[in-house]
Design a protein around this ligand. Structure first.
Ligand SMILES: [Zn+2]
Length: 130
């Protein structure tokens, strides 16, 4: 099955590919999509993963959040979004928040951060100021 993805998440595809190499064999992601920001939910629910067959998974991510008391929505940094992706990818191992899930999340996130650093990324503050 081919991957369907949101255009604004195109930069995430190389990370997804790396992450897919770290999840249990036989599991696939068929969709990587941005969620529309509907309400002022603070950082609230930021991402989710869905599956019907425990083989193919759909991942939804917010790219924005609405800070309480502020008029405008703000975008998540690449570090935030990579954290969400690592979290959701680790759910292919276990849909629950178990130690196994957290360990895989940590492993994926560490690999993502090494890649991000190699690409010259400095920090969230610099990114979000641009
Ligand atoms: Zn979770």
């Amino acid at each position: 099955m081919k991957l369907k993805y949101s255009k604004n998440l195109e930069w995430l595809l190389p990370y997804l590919e790396v992450g897919l190499g770290m999840i249990p064999e036989g599991k696939k992601v068929t969709r990587l999509q941005t969620w529309q920001l509907k309400q002022r939910a603070g950082k609230g629910v930021q991402a989710a993963i869905f599956t019907n067959d425990y083989k193919t998974y759909r991942i939804y991510l917010h790219s924005m959040y609405h800070p309480r008391g502020e008029a405008k929505a703000q975008r998540f940094s690449k570090i935030d979004i990579l954290g969400l992706l690592a979290h959701e990818l680790a759910h292919t191992l276990d849909l629950m928040h178990s130690p196994e899930h957290k360990m895989l999340e940590g492993k994926i996130l560490r690999t993502f951060m090494i890649k991000l650093k190699k690409e010259g990324y400095e920090n969230e503050e610099t990114e979000l100021a641009s």
